[in-house]
Write a protein that binds this ligand. Structure first.
Ligand SMILES: Cc1cc2nc3c(=O)[nH]c(=O)nc-3n(C[C@H](O)[C@H](O)[C@H](O)COP(=O)(O)O)c2cc1C
Length: 529
């Protein structure tokens, strides 16, 4: 089996072929044949909800570059990325990137962290973004900028790329083994959690003083906030019942309201999950992982180590608790939510549907379009229940050139006024590999060991490769081995046509990963997937 037994979206030349491909796969991702441009595009429409006023439907997902200093301060590479976020024309900047609330909670020694210089540093990052936005777009009206606050929990590596220092809430029967966590490894104690909560309060105050419009209390991708939600087996105040598992969020929010009144609060959530995946051992060779298969879980039923999973069949989502969670957000007056899924550490095909495996991962277990459709379906279902929530979706990079066609779709059955979506863009510095780009592949390898293969596979399946020469032999013959520029250029062009009257706004930037999607008034839309 190889990655290229699936038809690669990057190789599809026109939208009709893409639509046919979706039909052949029996995937009902809506996709418009014609793109509307300028003001006629639903993606160009402003959005107002309460105090939040957004100039268009483009958003930038949080995206860190692992390029901060060891003190957690931004470097020139960080500034450059934020300037590009600003230049994009997107009006919602969701978090910029994950910023650790304390040193121990950093996912790597180059992650930004709240420290003594944070107010000044974050103000400068924000101002650089705003200046670039104004220069590029001409106006900062409708620009909303948040900061993502995180504690990396189980995936903390604050001091060295190759030394995990996990802070865990419970013992996980599969993930503990992967991280070398022994049965007697200590759990975070309740007083330590109380301290982390205070660190979130402090960080939110810093963000407020630095001028951010909102903070995102990160609850996704296997990090601490997300792990609370699945702490079914934990004893005490933070485990077991839904109320206990969301106590962390409630306490963080309560404190922020007190120390930073007026600061809006948002949450990025892994709304569904599945058991950890691994390469199929029967079809793996050294350096050539097999297709992803779930870790054996039959002896673990009912499965109690996930959030948004069916306990009796944990490879299926169960949205009852995620729905409860969104109700809680409403009660807490949180109106901005960014939906993601799973984790890049243990089920990347779900979190970031892709054709190529991450460096330590597995080949796509299914056509990645199924993963895209699944996230769209989850987003749609949750949005149906909470029509007034501003929702941003994730994991649409894989749609590449057809992304705006999908983002726009739905207007066959509803008017543009009803249809409102967010398209999110990620802008990265793919040309400066030696400096910034290599660091994106940091989950399990120190930057020094990053190769172009790993860079490519970190973006696994985006179809975005630096060129054939650097690909491993098994990928070299594949059609995915295309130079990045053609793909990116096509993407710029179609995105620009889709939403922004001035195509240069988007086209000027280098896009390599793309989109999130959200639906307003989703009940009227055709069911994707
Ligand atoms: C280089 C890189 C850095 C990322 N950094 C963050 C981050 O700081 N916070 C976060 O919540 N997600 C982060 N993500 C995940 C993305 O926001 C997004 O969820 C993921 O790429 C899947 O969506 P897509 O298909 O639109 O790219 C990162 C992804 C990439 C590729």
């Amino acid at each position: 089996m190889s990655a290229h037994s699936f038809l690669h979206v990057g190789g599809i030349r026109d939208v009709e072929t893409f639509r046919r491909h979706l039909r052949d796969l029996h995937i009902s991702i809506p996709c418009d044949p014609e793109l509307l441009s300028g003001d006629r595009s639903p993606l160009a429409q402003p959005l107002r909800r309460g105090d939040i006023s957004l100039g268009n439907r483009f958003a930038i997902h949080p995206m860190e570059g692992w390029d901060g200093s060891t003190e957690g301060r931004p470097t020139e590479l960080t500034f450059r990325r934020w300037r590009r976020f600003g230049a994009s024309g997107a009006k919602l900047i969701w978090g910029g990137e994950a910023v650790a609330v304390c040193h121990e909670g950093r996912a790597n020694p180059n992650q930004l962290a709240i420290g003594p210089h944070a107010i000044a540093d974050l103000s400068r990052l924000r101002e650089a973004l705003i200046r670039e936005h104004e220069r590029s777009v001409g106006s900062i009206e409708g620009l909303v900028i948040g900061l993502q606050l995180t504690h990396s929990g189980r995936y903390s590596r604050p001091n060295s790329h190759d030394r995990p220092e996990p802070r865990i809430l419970y013992h996980h029967p599969i993930l503990d083994k992967r991280l070398g966590i022994t049965d007697d490894y200590p759990l975070l104690a309740d007083p330590e959690i109380a301290q982390i909560i205070e660190e979130f309060h402090r960080a939110a105050r810093v963000a407020h003083e630095a001028g951010f419009d909102f903070v995102d209390i990160k609850h996704c991708h296997g990090y601490l906030g997300h792990e609370f939600l699945s702490a079914h087996t934990r004893a005490g105040d933070y485990g077991g019942s839904f109320e206990n598992r969301t106590r962390f969020l409630r306490m963080v929010v309560e404190g922020i309201r007190h120390v930073a009144p007026g600061l809006a609060i948002a949450v990025r959530l892994s709304a569904c999950d599945t058991v950890p995946f691994r390469p199929n051992p029967k079809h793996s060779l050294p350096g050539k992982p097999g297709r992803g298969v779930p870790e054996p879980f039959v002896t673990l039923l009912p499965y109690r180590w996930g959030f948004g999973v069916n306990r009796d069949n944990p490879i299926e989502p169960d949205l009852s608790e995620p729905l409860q969670f969104l109700s809680l957000l409403s009660e807490l007056d949180i109106n901005l939510v960014n939906l993601s899924a799973g984790s890049p550490y243990y089920n990347p095909h779900l979190q970031r549907p892709a054709l190529f495996p991450p460096s330590d991962g597995y080949l796509a277990p299914e056509d990645p379009l199924f993963g895209v459709a699944q996230q769209m379906q989850v987003t749609r279902t949750l949005k149906q229940h909470f029509p007034n929530l501003i929702v941003v979706g994730s994991a649409y990079t894989y749609l590449q050139d057809f992304l705006p066609h999908v983002a726009q779709a739905g207007d066959e059955s509803v008017s543009h006024a009803q249809f409102q979506s967010f398209v999110t863009l990620l802008f990265v510095d793919r040309f400066e590999r030696q400096n910034g780009f290599a660091r994106f592949d940091g989950f399990s390898h120190p930057p020094a060991r990053c190769s172009h293969d790993r860079i490519r596979s970190r973006y696994s399946g985006d179809g975005i490769d630096s060129g054939r020469a650097r690909l491993p032999p098994w990928a070299r013959q594949s059609r995915q081995a295309r130079p990045v520029d053609r793909i990116a250029a096509g993407l710029h062009h179609s995105l620009a046509r889709a939403a922004l009257p001035d195509a240069r706004r988007v086209g000027r930037c280098r896009v390599i990963a793309a989109m999130g999607w959200a639906l307003e008034h989703a009940p009227n839309l055709p069911c994707p997937g």
